[in-house]
Design a protein around this ligand. Structure first.
Ligand SMILES: *Cc1c(COP(=O)(O)O)cnc(C)c1O
Length: 238
């Protein structure tokens, strides 16, 4: 895909974000766009950043490390949006502004340990499996509050919100209940007022369903295909 197309696609996504926000009386600037660059080569990533992207999402540590080696000069934040293996935690501290996929206590423990060694903290979102699909990672909704309570004891891990992946459905309206459920879950966590835990971010909505997600309160949307087109390199789509 040519550079001009990428700039155009990015502009069109921003326009759609703004319209979705406006429909529910929200300030479009309250929605942050994570441009998901998995499977996308360095040249196109430079183009999207030149076109104004300031936050990039990757779903594999290995791929992110390779990209950062050649794109480390870019004025952007990197987010880890995909499943994170415990044995990769040693690489992620200091690399990502936020990890969207905290889904188990053993991972929190390792993040805490590694961040502690580096005398820093790591910002995370708790991934909740609101759709209940067996194939999806994430904490069960009814266990989320207790899970967050336990994570809050790790002093180097800071919970900043929730993330979910809705089921892929042809009609995005069908994903709406999932997004609503995640928002309600965040309200529930807020009411519990667990020390050190913030519910600043709701990471939900992808190419297929981001407008519905924004209508339901998303303020972090993770979008790849609408900007770069259908994937790209083998193995990119995970
Ligand atoms: C690939 C991916 C996205 C982006 O999906 P698109 O449909 O390409 O917009 C968002 N979140 C996660 C976790 C992903 O792996």
């Amino acid at each position: 895909m040519s550079g001009s197309r990428i700039a155009e696609n990015l502009a069109s996504v921003r326009e759609r974000i703004a319209r979705a926000a406006a429909r529910v009386g929200r300030d479009p600037r309250s929605v942050r766009l994570v441009v998901v660059t998995k499977g996308v080569g360095a040249d196109l990533i430079r183009e999207v950043v030149e076109a104004g992207a300031d936050c990039l999402g990757e779903n594999r540590v290995q791929e992110a490390r390779q990209k950062l080696a050649v794109l480390g000069d870019l004025p952007v934040k990197w987010h880890m949006v995909g499943h994170l293996q415990t044995n990769k935690v040693k690489y992620v501290i200091g690399m990502f502004e936020m990890i969207h996929s905290l889904d188990r206590l053993s991972l929190a423990e390792e993040l805490d340990r590694r961040a502690g060694q580096r005398r820093t903290t790591v910002d995370v979102l708790v991934q909740a499996n609101v759709s209940g699909e067996q194939t999806k990672f994430g904490v069960a909704p009814e266990e989320t509050v207790e899970f967050i309570r336990q994570v809050s004891r790790f002093e180097h891990v800071k919970v900043k919100g929730l993330m979910t992946m809705a089921p892929f459905v042809p009609d995005p309206e069908l994903a709406r209940p999932c997004f609503r459920r995640l928002r309600e879950l965040a309200d529930e966590v807020r009411r519990e007022a667990v020390g050190g835990v913030d519910m600043d971010w709701l990471s939900m909505g992808m190419t297929n369903d981001f407008e519905v997600a924004i209508e339901e309160g998303a303020n972090l949307v993770r979008i790849g295909t609408a900007i770069f087109g259908e994937r790209r390199e083998p193995g990119g789509n995970h």
